[in-house]
Write a protein of this length. Structure first.
Length: 159
């Protein structure tokens, strides 16, 4: 009888250990469905770039850059790195509200398989008119790196 009780205890211990190992193996697989298709995520980036540019047109470049920047965003301007929203806000405080127009549109977007990081690039145009009516037009290429925030919003981390 004692032999049978010991055998049952051993079987129960093996069963519990087996369940623990199985549970750990299943958990380590971390199988979770892709939150969105890559094409949907790329469309989101195109849309957020459009919103970003529209805000720059309607509410000003400074407000748009601060709004769409992640807290840790870095912007490269004239060989200078601007780190964080406050530095970006200060930099764009001097951007003229009148007589200047900054427009851009992405030509390409891609997103990491994880769905939390992406980038866009395309063309921009900066048109400025000075006080005597002389207009200058600068064109170039932009590259922006976007990161999905915990609230689901895309914010740029590099521009």
């Amino acid at each position: 009888m004692v032999y049978i009780i010991q055998k049952l205890k051993t079987m129960n211990i093996r069963l519990y250990l087996g369940l623990i190992v199985l549970g750990g193996a299943i958990n380590s697989c971390n199988i979770s469905p892709n939150p969105s298709s890559p094409e949907k995520l790329k469309s989101e980036l195109f849309a957020v770039e459009k919103e970003f540019c529209a805000m720059a047109q309607s509410e000003g470049v400074q407000k748009a850059f601060v709004h769409f920047a992640a807290d840790s965003a870095v912007v490269l301007r004239k060989s200078q790195l601007l780190k964080g929203k406050e530095a970006i806000r200060i930099q764009y405080a001097s951007f003229p509200q009148k007589g200047s127009k900054l427009e851009w549109a992405p030509d390409f977007a891609d997103v990491a398989a994880s769905g939390d990081l992406g980038y866009t690039y395309g063309k921009y145009t900066l048109t400025s008119t000075d006080s005597v009516g002389f207009t200058t037009r600068n064109e170039g290429i932009f590259h922006t790196v976007w990161k999905r925030q915990p609230d689901g919003q895309w914010r740029f981390v590099w521009d």
